[in-house]
Design a protein around this ligand. Structure first.
Ligand SMILES: Nc1ncnc2c1ncn2[C@@H]1O[C@H](COP(=O)(O)OP(=O)(O)OP(=O)(O)O)[C@@H](O)[C@H]1O
Ligand SMILES: [Mg+2]
Length: 208
């Protein structure tokens, strides 16, 4: 909102332009980050991260896009805080890619449900949308780099998600019912060989 611009048509135009700029910045941010993750994979930067704030931070980042597309999010967290060994930047990017795919699949708006569950050795993140779903004949191609059905898509989104999850020694599974919706299940291990490299910070190393 721009209260300092008095005349309503001018203000509307300005707000419209600002929205276009914001959307373009978001789009470029996504393209650049995915491109870098796809072509120049960085060695992951492991740390133990609480899962719930990681997800809410990603949702907050996407809030304008969710609102604009009339997508409601229902987030069902775990009963207790759970630390997971992840590269926080990469998991956020993976979640953002999945959420954006869901938003794009619901041009008339809809709902995304995020459910967390704790299994003996891993956490499960399920993302369900009420979007258009994926036609069966293309379902096996969607993880290929550069495969897209969208005019402005790069087709890198899911290939990056797949790589990130693989590097976390996790699993990804996608089930989709055309015209009903899509469910993506991510399993992240609570301990794996990569987690042994994570330095355990001593309490007394925290200083003012
Ligand atoms: N939740 C979903 N609902 C329906 N179709 C989906 C969903 N997620 C992925 N797809 C399909 O899989 C294709 C590949 O997805 P991917 O994220 O890799 O690329 P993209 O979304 O097309 O491009 P970009 O990620 O650069 O915007 C999409 O073009 C779309 O057809
Ligand atoms: Mg995508």
């Amino acid at each position: 909102r721009c209260p300092e611009v008095e005349d309503p048509p001018g203000r509307q135009r300005l707000e419209g332009n600002l929205r276009v700029i914001r959307d373009e910045v978001d789009r470029l941010d996504k393209v650049v980050k995915n491109f870098l993750l796809a072509v120049r994979p960085q060695r992951p930067n492991w740390s133990f991260v609480p899962l719930e704030p990681l997800i809410t931070a990603t949702l907050n980042l996407l809030e304008p896009e969710l609102k604009e597309h009339h997508v409601r999010v229902i987030f069902q967290p775990l009963e207790r805080e759970q630390l997971v060994p992840v590269d926080e930047f990469q998991i956020r990017q993976a979640l953002a890619n999945l959420l954006r795919n869901s938003i794009e699949a619901m041009p008339e708006g809809g709902e995304i449900r995020i459910c967390l569950s704790l299994l003996p050795d891993r956490v499960r993140i399920e993302l369900l949308d009420t979007g258009e779903g994926i036609p069966r004949r293309i379902q096996k191609r969607i993880f290929e780099p550069y495969f897209t059905t969208r005019a402005d898509g790069t087709g890198l989104g899911l290939s990056v998600v797949e790589r990130v999850i693989r590097e976390h020694q996790g699993r990804i599974r996608l089930d989709s019912e055309p015209r009903q919706g899509t469910c993506v299940t991510l399993d992240l291990p609570l301990s794996a060989s990569h987690t042994k490299q994570i330095p355990i910070l001593e309490e007394d190393t925290e200083q003012e």
